[in-house]
Write a protein that binds this ligand. Structure first.
Ligand code: HEC
Length: 127
């Protein structure tokens, strides 16, 4: 539990830094046009989900890269939405799951539409 609290603090510190660098002052809704799932997923991934703190597109930072996740989910026909709901097990890097687990508290609050958008965004990075 103590470990989780530490991780949470690390994530929070990360998010503050990100916010001031990039998304500060950015309006949350720039347009009323209908978004593609990929675009919505990207917005969540880089915005309220703050997944970018640990997941970069093509390199491992704290977590596996987005491309790596997409590749393994494709190979193993995994269900990412279920994983993010806390309903299925980690298949990418199970040994590091404790680090990801704290984020499921966030992703569990996302709607199905949002989770599918995140999945679409991750998969759209597959080369
Ligand atoms: C504190 C760092 C951190 C943050 C923030 C984070 N992740 Fe992760 N994530 C990890 C680590 C480490 C792994 C590798 C462990 C694992 O596979 O579960 C991982 C794995 C994953 C996986 C693969 C799970 C599997 O089957 O193994 C997905 C999908 C994922 N993250 C999505 C997300 C999304 C979406 C967000 C934003 C809501 C997010 N992550 C935020 C660290 C993080």
């Amino acid at each position: 539990m103590k470990q989780l609290a530490l991780i949470a603090i690390a994530v929070l510190a990360f998010s503050c830094k990100k916010e001031s660098n990039e998304s500060f002052g950015k309006p949350t809704e720039t347009t009323t046009e209908v978004q593609t799932p990929e675009a919505l997923g990207k917005e969540i991934f880089e915005g309220k989900g703050n997944c970018v703190a640990c997941h970069q597109v093509d390199q491992k930072v704290i977590g596996p890269s987005i491309q790596e996740i997409a590749k393994i989910y494709k190979e193993k026909s995994g269900n990412m939405v279920n994983f993010l709901k806390g309903e299925s097990e980690a298949i990418v890097d199970p040994e590091q799951f404790a680090v990801m687990q704290a984020n499921l508290a966030i992703t569990k609050t996302f709607s199905d539409e949002e989770l599918k958008a995140v999945e679409a965004y991750i998969n759209s990075n597959l080369k």
